[in-house]
Design a protein around this ligand. Structure first.
Ligand code: ADP
Ligand code: MG
Length: 280
């Protein structure tokens, strides 16, 4: 499979300001993302996740090293709009992402700026709203929507630009559990049904049990990389860097310490139920 994103020996230093000395936020980060892959990135606050997201979207430029999106270096200014259209980005705060006063106008905003013909925009907007299950809300005002609904409109706005990849920077952090669930099922659907490449940054471990691969950031460095099972079963190491593991993995860890013969890589309630059943 082809790599859609390639990050090579990336370093990023925030320059000094009057109030802050210079600070290195990323250290020699290298990884790639294949077309169609669901890559999760976790790390506690300040580990460099948002800095990485901004570098992927050409909002900031590497201090050294390179980022390639669909083969284009983010340093190539002539490609900046190609890059942002190929890899769309959804941010944490739903209120900062909606620009229009009517939902469907908001979704149309991106393709309008790309100069897409109006007939085609109409089609894209309807399709995007259907994909995120918000078509019935197309004539509503964004302030009438819940946080989760606003996030799904933000996702529709990106989808209407026909990207190959969406980068989510903690899109569920400000949502209630219902909003989180709806946004996560939308993200899962985009990856599984539309084969869209997804890069999902989160601090909720349970959101990554279905990821193809997970990268763990700590103090600006990649400290672990692997499948959800490979990463989450290293409970002690994750705790050391201030991260939780999915609840069922935590439970299996506690049961194992009490001598129960339960696999270390249990991630979901179903897997836990299955393991307990076998204990009988
Ligand atoms: P995360 O998203 O994982 O919480 P960030 O990428 O926001 O982490 O931050 C990584 C590090 O870079 C932190 O130590 C933070 O203080 C620093 N940082 C983030 N944004 C800025 C900025 N605009 N100026 C200076 N330092 C920053
Ligand atoms: Mg962040």
């Amino acid at each position: 499979m082809e790599n859609l994103i390639e990050v090579k020996n990336l370093n990023y230093i925030y320059p000094a300001t009057e109030d802050h000395p210079a600070e290195q936020a990323l250290f020699d980060v290298s990884f790639s993302v294949k077309k169609g892959e669901f890559l999760g990135i976790i790390g506690h606050n300040g580990s460099g996740k948002s800095t990485l997201a901004k570098l992927l979207n050409a909002i900031i430029m590497p201090t050294s090293g390179d980022v390639f999106i669909a083969g284009h270096n983010t340093k190539d200014e002539t490609r900046i709009w190609d890059i942002r259209q190929t890899a769309g980005m959804v941010f944490q705060n739903p209120d900062n992402q909606l620009v229009a006063t009517i939902v469907e106008d908001d979704v149309a905003f991106g393709p309008e700026n790309l100069g897409v013909p109006s007939e085609e925009i109409r089609m894209r907007v309807d399709e995007a709203l259907n994909t995120v299950d918000m078509y019935d809300f197309r004539t509503k005002k964004p302030h009438q929507l819940s946080g989760g609904q606003k996030q799904r409109i933000a996702i529709a706005g990106i989808l209407a630009m026909a990207p190959e990849c969406i980068i989510f920077d903690e899109p569920t952090a400000m949502l209630d559990p219902f909003g989180r669930k709806d946004v996560m099922s939308t993200i899962g659907k985009l990856n599984q049904e539309q084969k869209m490449t997804v890069l999902h940054i989160t601090h909720y471990m349970t959101e990554l049990t279905n990821a193809d691969r997970i990268i763990v950031l700590d103090h600006g460095r990649i400290v672990m990389e692997g499948t959800p099972k490979e990463v989450f079963c290293q409970v002690d190491k994750l705790h050391q860097i201030g991260l939780d593991v999915p609840q069922m993995t935590e439970l299996s860890y506690a049961l194992r310490q009490k001598g129960y013969d339960i696999p270390a890589d249990v991630l979901t309630i179903d897997e836990m139920a299955e393991s307990i059943w076998h204990l009988k």
